[in-house]
Design a protein around this ligand. Structure first.
Ligand SMILES: [Zn+2]
Ligand SMILES: [Zn+2]
Length: 125
């Protein structure tokens, strides 16, 4: 089950609410492929083609897009056999994003004055 996290900036009072973690449907690799761009899908398929039941870890992480000055959630997959980790780009502008650990506070991408406060507000699956 995934978490819904709310990030609040105490300086400019902007609030972002994003989905992180993973849902029930993400237990199956075929369902996960759709959330990645085509070139990453190809890499995942070639990395796992020898495995009958690919061993992987998948989660949505909070990420900062410096281009959009926004906080987004991006999908990240780690494939144990190949040791590769693939992550997606900004869903809005398609540029690379800075993926954050959910437990470490990060700077507000809008005003850059304060570290964001995070609060778990719910769950999703
Ligand atoms: Zn701010
Ligand atoms: Zn962006």
């Amino acid at each position: 089950m995934g978490k819904i996290c709310e990030y609040t900036c105490p300086s400019c009072n902007t609030i972002w609410s994003i989905h992180i973690g993973h849902g029930m449907e993400h237990a199956i690799l075929e369902n996960i492929l759709d959330v990645f761009p085509t070139e990453i899908q190809k890499k995942i398929i070639s990395d796992t083609k020898e495995e009958q039941f690919p061993y992987f870890e998948f989660n949505y992480y909070p990420a900062v897009c410096h281009e959009c000055q926004n906080i987004v959630s991006v999908p990240v997959i780690h494939l144990y056999k190949s040791g590769h980790t693939y992550s997606s780009v900004c869903p809005d502008c398609g540029k690379p994003v800075d993926i954050q650990s959910e437990n470490i506070g990060f700077l507000c991408p809008l005003c850059k004055e304060s570290t964001l406060l995070s609060l778990e507000t719910g769950t999703w699956d």
